[in-house]
Design a binder for this molecule. Structure first.
Ligand code: PMP
Length: 364
């Protein structure tokens, strides 16, 4: 079968390993597996949302409200934007796909940080666009501005906070990059983890309303992380309405499910769960920083719900990740990103206890 030849240059996205794999391959009991690999919310499903999902179980035969009126109304209130400035996707991933297909074609180019979310590259390559990366693994304004001036990319991705490193860009620096962009360069602010950055340092908070006056900037958010709905697949894009109208041309009808829509509406109204998630995270990440310091492991200052342990030439991240996996702890090995590092999603107190206990066995 001959596919689009651009696909030959694409490496398939490797998702975090599932619990079932560890049970199957290493005989660990399911209740003993600790999954800290996919940046999911360790608090689990918000009980109020779970109730709404159950209440909608007998609506599975119906397509969802394709206008997504209630969800847009809720987001519009939350972010002080107009409903015409919002598009909903099956995860923010689907919005990334829409905007890549809307903006790119063969010979176009996209600019991103050296180490960042893998889907930006995959979507660009699918349509034959060129991928440009800044030299540093953390976002640096001077590098972005310089490369934008040299290459005039069609899309610039600012992943803030950044997955998988955890670094972030301050609002001031984001604005500097936006101001340096050509009018026809689409600047994408991927705020999948923004709630964590905002709680850590308000200077890092970028809100959708900050970018609406620009004709070439879009903000992306998701219910997958701080809202705990990764399995429901709901994300959103917010931008001025001309951009949103363009993206609507890419959207299939009913692009999120009836249950996902109901879940996201409920989650968007529940600030208490969000605050609990952030509070747990802020308390527990301190333990990861202290652990790293105790064992002389270098970290990247994290603005997200995970932390990156850098090993330099002290140990091999692939071996560490593999040894932990055999003990039932799933973390993300960043070797495929060119970093000798592991990324650990900050879990509950008990999950983190288990990680520290098992990892310290490896270290001593
Ligand atoms: N952007 C970033 C930076 C991410 O890390 C992720 C998920 N890992 C996404 C977007 C996509 O998230 P979702 O599709 O679940 O909204």
């Amino acid at each position: 079968m001959k596919f689009n030849p651009f696909l030959e240059d694409i490496k398939v996205y490797e998702a975090g390993k599932p619990i079932e794999l560890v049970v199957r391959e290493f005989g660990v009991k399911p209740e003993e597996v600790v999954k800290l690999a996919s940046n999911e919310n360790p608090l689990g499903t918000n009980p109020a949302v779970a109730k709404v999902i159950c209440a909608h179980a007998d609506k599975a035969h119906l397509y969802p409200d394709d206008s997504m009126y209630e969800l847009k109304a809720s987001l519009s209130e939350k972010y002080a934007v107009d409903e015409t400035e919002i598009i909903i996707g099956a995860g923010s991933d689907q919005i990334l796909e829409f905007l890549s297909r809307a903006k790119l074609r063969e010979g176009a180019s996209v600019l991103m940080s050296q180490v960042t979310f893998a889907m930006y590259e995959i979507y660009a390559k699918q349509v034959g666009a060129k991928v440009l990366r800044t030299p540093s693994y953390e976002h640096r304004v001077d590098e972005f501005v310089e490369m934008m001036e040299a290459h005039h990319p069609d899309i610039v991705y600012l992943c803030t906070p950044n997955n998988p490193t955890g670094d972030a860009i301050s609002k001031k620096d984001v604005m500097e990059i936006i101001d340096a962009a050509d009018p026809d360069t689409l600047v994408v602010i991927d705020g999948a983890y923004m709630e964590y950055a905002a709680a850590k340092d308000p200077q890092y908070l970028i809100e959708p309303k900050d970018i609406l006056q620009y004709d070439n900037v879009i903000y992306l958010g998701t219910f997958s992380k701080a809202y705990g709905l990764g399995g429901m697949r709901v994300g959103y894009g917010i931008a001025n309405k001309e951009i949103i109208q363009g993206l609507y041309k890419m959207r299939p009808p009913f692009n999120i499910s009836t249950l996902s829509l109901a879940a996201a509406i409920e989650a968007s109204r529940d600030e208490v769960f969000l605050e609990k998630s952030i509070a747990l995270h802020q308390e527990q990440i301190l333990r990861y920083e202290a652990f790293a310091q105790e064992y002389g492991i270098e970290t990247i200052d994290s603005y997200t719900n995970f932390i990156t342990y850098l090993f330099g030439d002290t140990r091999d991240a692939s071996k560490v990740a593999d040894a932990l996996l055999r003990k039932g702890v799933i973390v993300r090995n960043l070797a495929s990103y060119g970093l000798n590092a592991i990324r650990i999603t900050v879990g509950t107190q008990a999950q983190n206890d288990r990680f520290f206990a098992l990892f310290s066995e490896e270290l001593t």
